[in-house]
Design a protein around this ligand. Structure first.
Ligand code: 6PG
Length: 471
């Protein structure tokens, strides 16, 4: 029998396996359990030199018995009812001060509910957002913790050890109570959707507007990855654009059906942003674009009726402008995401640490990029100021928004869809318009519903001369 384990893990799917190996590698003895027992034993058998740090268990009772109290058990099971089932199965086996940690992509409302249930019935419960895919889980993810601060402190030595490091600093931190960690992970995923969509849009401009073959597109992304756009997503976009299909010998990208999937985290972010009246149009556009992409038959029917857009740009836009447009779009998308977190902090009374969030995202996660360090600095200067107003990013936007404008305009004129870039631009233009057109909305509302308005001169009259004439 091994020494008692420091931590337990349930669910040896791809992510669970990788996380368990990461934990073992960092010197923590781990007990594991999987619904299919053969998987559990195979996992240990294939763990090589880490096998001595792993205790496979056949029942949940064995798992619980193998862990040193107070116990911490990580759940790596599919988000949704499986998490509730597992909590219900563990509850009778655990002591009140034991801790269950849901490390899946849970809807943060579920995490709030599970936290409240844990407070009423025990054991303790935390929801942590884990980003970085398979590779991140194995060698260092970004970790966003939610729950009781004291519970976070209890498992922080393990989570800090397994997390990615930015210049030695762990990309793991406490985000706030209950569902705060999963909320921040959802916003991370929303930004991930928008960042990916904007890259797909500029790829479309290059492919269809500039007639560039994938190899040239790959070289362009590779070059961009040495500048302000340096990021994991640009890096992998260069790699996928350069790849060749082993079956056909053609560029891999050309062989992939243009119908994007999703598991729902981006949609959750958009729904929550609407509830909070915190606009994130670039992210909304990205979710819309994924939904629309899946309507392949309708798109083909549309092309048959209206003819194929796009039309070549014929030099209307250069690659330098496209890069600048992407820089502006990226800043605007992150500014929207952080503004959503700020709105949620106030609405939920969760003081979520914006600069810390940017710091956690600097390494390990899917949206890691060199810009995030500058964002952390800007948010530390003033977490309540919109990121687009921070001098560093305002300067970047001043020098790039014209290129974004030209890209969106060229897209519109030549039939190249750029919805996330266009939404980012509209948001930017509204955010820099001191006198908007909502006076017209207020007048209309007052006309048909006597809803009243505020006057610019401060006079108390709240209605226009039309009140009483409305239909
Ligand atoms: C991450 C990713 C990861 C995954 C999501 C989104 O941070 O590691 O966000 O969690 O990519 O499940 O996937 P969908 O694109 O399927 O919604």
């Amino acid at each position: 029998m091994n020494n008692p384990a420091s931590i337990g893990l349930i669910g040896l799917g791809t992510m669970g396996t990788m996380l368990a190996l990461n934990i073992a590698e960092k010197g923590f003895h781990i007990a594991v359990w999987n619904r299919t027992t053969t998987v559990t034993h195979e996992f240990k058998a294939e763990a090589g030199e880490l096998a001595s740090m792993i205790t496979p268990t056949d029942t949940l009772a064995d798992l619980v018995a193998a862990i040193k109290p107070p116990r911490s058990i990580i759940l790596m099971v599919p988000a949704g009812p499986a998490v509730d089932d597992m909590i219900a199965a563990l509850r009778p086996l655990l002591a009140p001060d034991d801790l269950i940690i849901d490390a899946g992509n849970a809807l943060f409302h579920d995490t709030n509910r599970r936290s409240a249930e844990a407070e009423a019935h025990g054991p303790h419960f935390m929801g942590i957002g884990v980003s970085g895919g398979e590779e991140g889980a194995r060698h260092g993810p970004a970790i966003m913790g939610g729950g009781l601060r004291s519970d976070w402190d209890r498992v922080a030595p393990v989570l800090d050890a397994i997390a990615a490091k930015y210049k030695g600093t762990p990309c793991a931190n406490y985000m706030g109570p209950a569902g705060a960690g999963h909320f921040v992970k959802a916003v991370h995923n929303g930004i991930e959707y928008a960042d990916m969509q904007m890259i797909a849009e500029v790829y479309g401009v290059m492919r269809d507007g500039m007639n560039m073959p994938p190899a040239e597109i790959a070289a362009t992304f590779r070059a961009w990855n040495t500048g302000p756009l340096q990021s994991y997503l640009i890096e992998i976009s260069a790699e996928v654009a350069a790849a060749t299909d082993t079956h056909s010998g053609k560029p891999m990208l050309d062989m992939i059906l243009d119908r994007a999937g999703q598991k729902g985290t981006g949609r959750w972010t958009v729904i929550e942003a609407q509830h909070l009246a915190a606009p994130i149009p670039a992210i909304e556009a990205a979710v819309m674009a994924r939904n629309l992409s899946s309507r392949l038959d309708e798109r083909i029917a549309g092309e048959a009726v209206f003819g194929a857009a796009p039309h070549p740009l014929n030099g209307a836009l250069g690659l330098m402008r496209l890069e600048q447009a992407m820089i502006a779009g990226k800043i605007l998308c992150y500014a929207q995401g952080f503004a959503l977190i700020s709105a949620a902090s106030t609405a939920f009374n969760w003081p979520m640490p914006l600069p810390e969030i940017a710091r956690v995202w600097r390494e390990g996660c899917i949206i890691r990029s060199s810009m995030l360090n500058d964002m952390a600095t800007a948010l530390a200067e003033d977490p309540n100021r919109n990121l687009m107003l921070a001098p560093f990013f305002a300067d970047h936007l001043k020098s790039t928004h014209t290129a974004l404008r030209q890209t969106v305009a060229a897209g519109a004129l030549h039939g190249l869809p750029v919805p996330a870039l266009a939404s980012g631009l509209s948001w930017f233009d509204m955010m820099r318009t001191g006198r908007s057109t909502a006076n017209m909305i207020q007048a209309q509302r007052d006309f048909f519903g006597a809803h009243g308005f505020e006057r610019v001169d401060g006079l108390p009259d709240k209605h226009g001369p039309w009140v009483g004439h409305g239909v």
